[in-house]
Design a protein around this ligand. Structure first.
Ligand code: ATP
Ligand code: MG
Length: 331
């Protein structure tokens, strides 16, 4: 029986952070053992918001290296760079004729980006969900490990796939967002404003590249409050976020102690942050070191991305053959 196909990508827009790790890469590393996996560095996607490409090449190498340092095995998956697979651009062109301006303008991530950069509202930004659908559908993937922020884009990918199937014939299975946890992850920025991000919230984002002192400093500054006054209160989201991070990196009994302290109103956030910072630094240090070694090995990265692109193009061109046939464009 054929394995289910998995697809996910990360933009080369800066250093990876805990949101990328817990929302995406942690799932990649487990999925590579069970599924037919395609993971890519989304360099075309980065052009929509980062038109200056001087740092792009270094950033692509960094994202590749950080993925491998987190446990992704290029022997087990196709690890490739988006712009090495021209079939994606062809599918993007076809799907653009099935996507409507009105629905694209309503996407919350588009509206956010318009608010942030009113001077750069380019057509690529508007059709970002169409390119993302092409990334997924080009491999006829059904499982897409992503964080919560991408959920709506997945719904749009299903809409485009359904429209294509309806208009031209059944080619695409429906893709769904995937996480091994019960829900899709959303790691909040430590200042309580929005999510951790490569391109925003630098002081509230812990990068996999941060040195130990920086991690300690950022966690020390994380937003807290005077603590609960009623036993078993609901946690504000910025406090829940600290517990979420702690569940990721600290021992179970450590988390249980602070949970109990919170529930009986004796929690000291200073102590909790100190413990969290220590455990987080111990978690990140080996990833940081390993990523540096890999990033500097250019010939290794060239070799694996060439092999990755070959695997990806094989799968993508098989899909494009079906697409063109369905569209009566197999002249
Ligand atoms: P940028 O700010 O440049 O858009 P980003 O941090 O949002 O960068 P992306 O490359 O857009 O990262 O997303 C890569 C993957 O990481 C996606 O699957 C996305 O859902 C996930 N992700 C990004 N931020 C978070 C977060 N804070 N919590 C959980 N998952 C996240
Ligand atoms: Mg993003």
């Amino acid at each position: 029986m054929n394995k289910e196909v998995v697809l996910s990508g990360i933009r080369p827009t800066g250093f990876l952070h805990l949101g990328n790790y817990f929302g995406a890469m942690r799932n990649y590393v487990r999925m590579q053992e069970e599924y037919d996996c395609y993971f890519f560095v989304a360099d075309w996607h980065s052009l929509t918001t980062h038109p200056d490409t001087k740092e792009l090449k270094a950033s692509v190498s960094r994202v590749l290296a950080e993925n491998i340092a987190c446990g992704l095995d290029p022997e087990k998956v196709a690890l490739y760079i988006q712009s090495d697979v021209p079939e994606i651009a062809e599918l993007y062109l076809y799907l653009n004729t099935l996507a409507y301006k009105g629905e694209l303008e309503k996407v919350p991530t588009f509206k956010d980006k318009v608010r942030l950069s009113p001077d750069n509202v380019n057509a690529g930004l508007l059709t970002y969900p169409v390119l993302m659908a092409s990334d997924i559908l080009v491999h006829r993937a059904t499982k897409v490990p992503v964080g919560k922020d991408q959920e709506q884009h997945l719904e749009m990918a299903r809409n485009f796939a359904e429209r294509f199937n309806h208009r031209y014939g059944e080619v695409f299975p429906m893709p769904y967002a995937f996480s091994y946890g019960a829900t899709l992850a959303k790691v909040l920025s430590l200042d309580g404003n929005g999510k951790m991000s490569k391109s925003e919230n630098a002081m509230g984002t812990i990068y996999l590249n941060d040195p130990d002192e920086e991690i300690v400093k950022k966690i020390k500054k994380a937003k807290t409050d005077a603590g609960p006054t009623e036993p078993n209160s609901a946690k504000p989201d910025y406090i829940e976020n600290l517990f979420t991070l702690m569940r990721f990196v600290s021992k179970e009994d450590v988390v249980a102690k602070f949970e109990a302290d919170f529930n009986n109103c004796t929690i000291r956030y200073g102590d909790m942050k100190k413990q969290l910072a220590e455990d987080m630094a111990a978690f990140i240090a080996p990833i940081r070191t390993r990523a540096y070694e890999i990033q500097n090995d250019e010939s290794y990265l060239d070799r694996i991305t060439k092999a990755g692109a070959e695997k990806a193009r094989e799968s993508a061109s098989a899909t494009l053959k079906l697409v063109r046939k369905a569209m009566h464009m197999n002249h």
